[in-house]
Design a binder for this molecule. Structure first.
Ligand code: HQG
Length: 182
């Protein structure tokens, strides 16, 4: 299985499992899962060459561990990054480290200073536990700018934090007074 095939399959699974399951005529269940056999046959019917081996290989080798299998191995979901409404991953509320990080770019800074971090098209604001991860996230859009989040203060103020299965911190929003700008 080539890296190219694995990457294109990862992108396809991100599309289906985070944003648009309707491209294979399916609906995620309320916790975001899809039956793998049904996903493969629906994808194949639409001309996508998806196999069980490919799905398993992507789950195992994906750089960000974007996908998780259910305990029985029959279902798959994205661990974070959803934009689709009506999915609740049922993550447990978790105490965050005192400081978290968010990588963004200059074009967004003025607005973030004014209204804080908002979730935009996704279901959560995504925060990173370390600066190097935040730098990678910001670099997707240009020269990264790293914001520091006072997660300890947010937690004291009863904002809820969730940790995805692949280590991404999720919150509803970060009001501007918890942010430190460089
Ligand atoms: C920005 C990738 C203006 C925010 C990554 C970000 C991550 C604002 C963009 C995951 C704003 C949203 C998520 C405001 C936030 N005004 N801009 N008030 N508040 N923004 O893609 O965090 O590779 O939804 O700074 O690794 O960039 O897909 O969020 O630039 O974990 O698995 O609005 O996506 O993972 O962009 O990335 P996104 P993100 P994957």
């Amino acid at each position: 299985l080539s890296d190219r095939k694995l990457t294109s399959t990862s992108k396809f699974l991100s599309l289906v499992l985070r944003h648009q399951p309707e491209v294979v005529g399916m609906k995620l269940d309320e916790e975001g899962w899809l039956d793998i056999d049904e996903l493969i046959s629906s994808a194949n019917q639409r001309g996508k060459q998806l196999t069980l081996e490919l799905v398993h290989e992507v789950v195992a080798t994906n750089d960000k561990k974007r996908f998780a299998l259910s305990d029985d191995g029959l279902r798959i979901r994205a661990s974070q990054g959803h934009s689709i409404t009506g999915v609740d991953l049922k993550l447990e509320e978790t105490t965050p480290p005192d400081t978290l990080f968010h990588g963004t770019v200059a074009a967004f800074i003025e607005n973030i200073r004014t209204i804080g971090l908002e979730k935009r098209s996704r279901n959560h604001v995504h925060l990173s536990a370390d600066e190097s991860t935040a730098t990678k996230v910001g670099s997707r859009r240009g020269k990264p700018i790293i914001l520091q989040v006072d997660a300890a203060a947010m937690h004291r103020d009863e904002h809820r934090f969730y940790l995805s299965a692949n280590g991404v911190w999720l919150v509803d929003a970060v009001p501007t007074h918890y942010l430190t700008f460089p």
